[in-house]
Design a protein around this ligand. Structure first.
Ligand SMILES: O=C(O)c1cc(C(=O)O)c2c(n1)C(=O)C(=O)c1cc(C(=O)O)[nH]c1-2
Length: 241
């Protein structure tokens, strides 16, 4: 077995996984170029809502598996970020407002009637992984957030020009995530660099990150089929609604 990578080299290899980030998926590329239709934006917002509401459950699973009080004290902030608390709106509420700015109702989002099975399976795989893995492995799987500020910034830079029909106040979710993701990633990276020490463990960490990249990519594959190729599940027997 080769010797362990230095901390710097290990971090560089984790960051290099950014080449597989869903920012390069054709659905996102079209979205950021202003080429998406209203239906494609709405489809994305409605489907991503399932990811948004699952994230705090995923983080609760990590907390439940983590015996380290110091880690839990920090990690719990992620749940608060999404769920909010009295007097403090969270990410789920901000995503509902994004939906409304895009012409979707709250009831429509909460009903999950637009949720595609492929997106549900991918998101559930993330939750199940966090429930079953060690808390360090699950922390490592959140490291796609290394690449998230760029994608949020890109939306803030391009959407107001391309999609003038979306109320700009609806983009607050993306603004909030710029700082939240940077803070999250510091903790996730620290845990990963500290815990995965041997070469074998480091390769395992890289494969976990790859698995998470596959989840994000697969969500968009399902949306590409449904909203771009107009081939939602069972289009062969049912007319799309
Ligand atoms: O819009 C995006 O492209 C994007 C990607 C990701 C990601 O990379 O997992 C997250 C988010 N957004 C996000 O808003 C968020 O709260 C979040 C939490 C996590 C996680 O794995 O714990 N990823 C992400």
């Amino acid at each position: 077995m080769p010797s362990a990578l230095s901390r710097t080299e290990f971090e560089a290899q984790l960051r290099a996984k950014g080449a597989y980030y869903h920012i390069y998926h054709p659905y996102h590329v079209a979205m950021n170029r202003g080429e998406c239709t209203r239906e494609q934006i709405q489809g994305w917002v409605a489907n991503r809502f399932y990811y948004q509401v699952t994230i705090p459950r995923k983080d609760a699973a990590i907390l439940s598996n983590c015996p380290d009080q110091h880690v839990r004290r920090h990690w719990i902030q992620r749940i608060i970020d999404h769920d909010g608390r009295d007097g403090q709106e969270g990410g789920i509420e901000a995503w509902l407002r994004l939906g409304e700015a895009c012409g979707l109702t709250r009831e429509e989002l909460w009903s999950f009637k637009h949720l595609l099975p492929g997106v549900r399976f991918a998101v559930d795989a993330y939750l199940h992984f966090a429930q079953q893995a060690t808390w360090q492995e699950a922390a490592c799987s959140s490291l796609t957030e290394l690449f998230a500020p760029e994608i949020h910034q890109k939306r803030l830079d391009t959407w107001p020009n391309h999609y003038t029909w979306i109320e700009s106040s609806g983009l607050q979710y993306f603004r909030n995530r710029l700082s939240e993701a940077r803070r999250d990633v510091q903790q996730g990276l620290q845990i990963t660099l500290d815990y995965f020490q041997t070469y074998e463990q480091q390769m395992h960490a890289l494969s976990i990150l790859q698995f998470k990249l596959e989840i994000l990519w697969t969500m968009l594959d399902a949306m590409q089929m449904a909203y771009v190729l107009k081939m939602p599940p069972f289009f062969t027997v049912e007319k799309p609604v």
